[in-house]
Design a protein around this ligand. Structure first.
Ligand code: SF4
Length: 199
């Protein structure tokens, strides 16, 4: 008989008349109506206990990795993933923080919004030089991943985000390196319909 346990990486997100369970390690989503929460034994899952529900329901939760076999060491899986990422010479990720300031004040935010200075044109030049150096020294580089973070990076869209993408794209194209772009944003400026360009 397989012993089972509850994954440590389930996040419970109530929304409207549903409950979303997102597993951040396995990248799975399970959605149930709120009036079915008790039937599915969600209160047990939240206490890391296997719920007293029938085998079919348990199998659904297993498929969604909300419940996993006891022998799986999830922390070890994450460490292995990190080690593989560190050794992967084909990908480079650069995180750019245009500004720490934010137009929101979320209660859970850990950022210190005191530093209001935007990155400067001088900082952009340094990024450009760094990218050249990375391209020259990393022979197996296939993907250059740029992540904009903050504060709210879209405050620096015109001064930093857009110019960075405009100067990086041709450099990476010439070196036949794929560029991928991500931005961690509260979405306000997208919602406002301000023009957005991702090269
Ligand atoms: S949107 Fe992000 S950076 Fe801004 S206050 Fe909220 S959590 Fe912090």
């Amino acid at each position: 008989m397989d012993f089972m346990k509850i994954s440590k990486y389930n996040v419970f997100i109530p929304y409207s008349n549903a409950l979303f369970i997102y597993n951040t390690l396995w990248n799975t989503v399970f959605v149930i109506k709120k009036d079915k929460v008790k039937i599915w034994g969600i209160e047990y899952i939240q206490k890391y206990e296997i719920p007293p529900i029938d085998a079919n329901a348990i199998n659904v939760l297993k498929e969604k990795k909300i419940i996993i076999p006891d022998h799986i060491d999830e922390l070890n899986l994450i460490q292995e993933k990190l080690s593989r990422a560190k050794l992967d010479e084909s990908r480079y990720t650069m995180i750019i923080v245009p500004i720490l300031k934010c137009n929101f004040r979320c209660w859970y935010c850990y950022e210190n919004h005191e530093h209001k200075r935007m990155m400067s044109a001088n900082d952009l030049e340094k990024i450009e030089l760094l990218v050249y150096k990375i391209i020259q020294t990393k022979n197996n580089l296939k993907t250059f991943d740029i992540q904009f973070f903050g504060g709210e990076p879209m405050i620096g869209y015109n001064k930093i985000v857009k110019p960075t993408l405009i100067f990086l794209k041709p450099i990476l194209d010439a070196a036949k390196i794929k560029m991928t772009v991500g931005i961690t944003t509260n979405g306000y400026f997208f919602y406002k319909g301000e023009s957005v360009f991702f090269a």
